[in-house]
Design a protein around this ligand. Structure first.
Ligand code: GLU
Length: 439
């Protein structure tokens, strides 16, 4: 049974990079009928907030990335304590006392001697008396003792990977102030929840190596790991600077359609072309993790607007019912309104202006040379109810009566009825206009 998790820290808003991770893990779980867990990595009490956690849930709900359960790390401190005891008992967790300044100095010395800046494990040589003396002065932090051997795994995206544990510092699992760090909490949760597949950003590759050893030290089953490439801006620049503008909640406010966003991310960086998916079943069906590559993936937020518009242009009315109701469009007009409107909107927010046009009409725009023509035309306008053939019948009659044709016939009528030179198909619009010069 596949179990995946999405594990954001509620210390900020979800952005487009997080979404890639969430989506991949969600799809993998749903594709196999497995379980998708939302795990809130909130062990840092100074930075995690309930507000961010709530916003994460709202963002995921908006996108339809529904979870089977939520877990919070802050409620599992006892469990992490027990795990730390287990690792201490097996000699894999050791106490260190270096201050950040001392560690920094060590690193600089190593680099000067052209050695990799790997923690030298000098704390292992401390006697009990020395440790007691240090403890009187400061509180110790705890490191996991890596086995200095090659750590290998077959990565679902990057292929066969191996990292020499001797090139990595023993990871700190517990800080001097007692706070459990991500590595311990994450591994403990992955083991306890039976996580089978972990997809995350390639910035976690080294973490994966150390986490594999910790999982093994705890007697857990190592999940299948896959690391997706990081997203960059359109010119290959790091996204982090721009993330402020790429928060999911902002994209939502800008009118980006969830399925457009998901369709884009389900293919971006893979060897398959981007295809618009109308629903989740379709999206899941077309997703294949093995098609993704290791190269950094360019993301351009400007792609989302046209994709959203394209999605709306062919969207079924069932997906916009709430929007139509919010505008108080009478039931009888909902379907013809949507069929007229959908091909003329970029975002759902544009519906409101179109409905105002139908309900209230506009101040007509009539050029001086068209005043008589428009007056004559309006006198020939069939009374409501009008249908999709009314525009054709009307303009044919106007043509006969005035001798005008082509643009000279249609454009003044469009401008008089809509106030614009471009816009909806007049055959579809005319039957919806509730107020034409008071008629
Ligand atoms: N909270 C971690 C992060 O957001 C989770 C990483 C992971 O998936 O293990 O980077």
């Amino acid at each position: 049974m596949t179990t995946t998790r999405f594990a954001p820290s509620p210390t900020g808003f979800l952005h487009i990079g997080n979404l890639r991770t969430a989506l991949f893990n969600w799809v993998i779980a749903r594709k196999s009928g497995g379980t998708f867990i939302l795990r809130l990595d909130d062990t840092d009490p100074t930075r995690s907030t309930v507000e961010f956690a709530d916003q994460i849930k709202r963002d995921l709900e908006w996108l339809g990335l529904t979870w089977d359960r939520v877990e919070t790390q802050s409620s599992r401190l006892d469990r992490y304590n027990a795990t730390a005891d287990e690792l201490r008992a097996s000699g894999r967790l050791y106490e260190c006392f270096e201050t950040p300044v001392e560690l920094d100095l060590k690193r600089k010395k190593q680099l000067n001697m052209r050695k990799p800046p790997v923690y030298d494990r000098s704390a292992l040589a401390l006697s009990d008396a020395e440790k007691d003396a240090l403890r009187a002065d400061r509180s110790g932090h705890w490191r996991f003792k890596l086995n200095r051997e090659r750590i290998e795994w077959n990565d679902g995206i990057l292929g066969d990977l191996s990292i020499d544990a001797a090139s990595v510092s023993d990871p700190v699992l517990i800080r001097g102030d007692g706070q459990f760090l991500y590595t311990l909490a994450s591994v403990c949760d992955d083991v306890d929840y039976g996580i089978t597949d972990v997809v995350r950003g390639s910035d976690h590759v080294t973490n994966t190596a150390t986490q594999i050893q910790i999982i093994e030290a705890l007697g857990g089953v190592v999940p299948a790991f896959a690391h997706h490439s990081l997203l960059t801006g359109p010119q290959g620049e790091g996204l982090s600077k721009r993330l402020g503008t790429l928060a999911l909640k902002d994209l939502r406010e800008q009118g980006v359609e969830p399925m457009a966003l998901l369709s884009h991310l389900a293919r971006l960086g893979s060897s398959d072309p981007i295809e618009l998916r109308q629903d989740m079943a379709d999206l899941i069906e077309g997703f294949d993790l093995s098609r993704f590559g290791s190269a950094p993936t360019k993301f351009d937020v400007a792609d989302l607007g046209p994709l959203s518009a394209k999605l709306l242009h062919s969207m079924d009315i069932s997906r916009v019912q709430a929007d139509l109701q919010a505008l108080e469009i009478p039931d009888a007009l909902a379907t013809p309104f949507w069929e007229m409107a959908r091909e003329n909107i970029e975002t759902r927010a544009d519906l409101s202006a179109l409905w105002a046009l139908c309900r209230d009409g506009v101040v007509p725009v009539i050029d001086a040379e068209d005043v008589d023509f428009v007056a004559k035309a309006l006198s020939l306008l069939p009374a409501s109810p009008r249908s999709n053939t009314t525009w054709k019948e009307w303009t044919t009659a106007v043509k006969e009566a005035t001798g005008r044709k082509g643009k000279g016939l249609f454009m003044p009528l469009r401008k008089a009825l809509t106030g614009m030179e471009h816009g909806p198909d007049m055959s579809k619009l005319l039957p919806l206009l509730q107020n034409i010069g008071g008629r």
